[in-house]
Write a new protein. Structure first.
Length: 199
């Protein structure tokens, strides 16, 4: 465990808060660090972060075990919270933009991360972190696809000739140039205007 300053500032729906506030009184915190492209429109935001975050819905099963879940966006609050609202996500959302060097010390900023924290009184400790493939812990779509006869349908799989295959790289999480999860929100009439002046 590594101690982290519980007074580390974040920006949320109530304005400036501390890391300690984000626990909402619970003992543990899971924070997903959402990559962000400041000033870019919704179609250009991270497809991987959109994919994983779209699968986080019901938090009561975490809460009853004394765990809070929150998204720590790596970009500005006002711009990124519009994306959260456009996507219909209801989880707590914070900008960690000004505290990334403190919170991700020694790790690459600009990547997706899951970081777990423990609160003991007013002391905060980082207890676990992962990135890249480790972030699949948030995903149920891949886990379900793994149960099907064709699996994830990715070209890296050792599949018989003629089996279904899906695109590699960013294309597996994008459809017609946007993160796939955005299309249902647009179809339902939600605005993807992030206030950046770009669409």
């Amino acid at each position: 465990m590594v101690e982290v300053d519980g007074a580390t500032p974040l920006i949320g729906d109530r304005g400036a808060v501390t890391l300690l506030d984000v626990f909402e009184g619970r003992r543990m915190l899971i924070a997903y660090y959402f990559m962000w492209h400041t000033g870019h429109p919704a179609p250009e935001q991270c497809e991987g972060c959109t994919f994983f975050t779209s699968q986080v819905r019901e938090l009561s099963h975490l809460h009853c075990r004394d765990v809070t879940y929150a998204t720590f966006c790596q970009g500005p609050y006002e711009e990124s919270v519009r994306y959260r609202d456009f996507m219909g996500w209801e989880m707590p959302w914070y900008s960690a933009q000004d505290s990334l060097e403190t919170l991700l010390v020694g790790r690459r900023v600009g990547m997706m991360h899951i970081v777990c924290y423990l609160r003991q009184g007013s002391n905060v400790f980082e207890t676990y972190w992962t990135t890249m493939r480790g972030v699949e812990a948030m995903d149920n779509s891949y886990r379900l696809l793994d149960l099907t006869v064709y699996g994830r349908q990715e070209t890296w799989e050792d599949s018989p000739i003629g089996w279904l295959q899906w695109w590699e790289g960013k294309q597996r999480m994008r459809t017609d140039g946007r993160p796939t999860s955005q299309w249902s929100r647009l179809k339902a009439g939600y605005s993807d205007d992030l206030g950046t002046g770009r669409r």
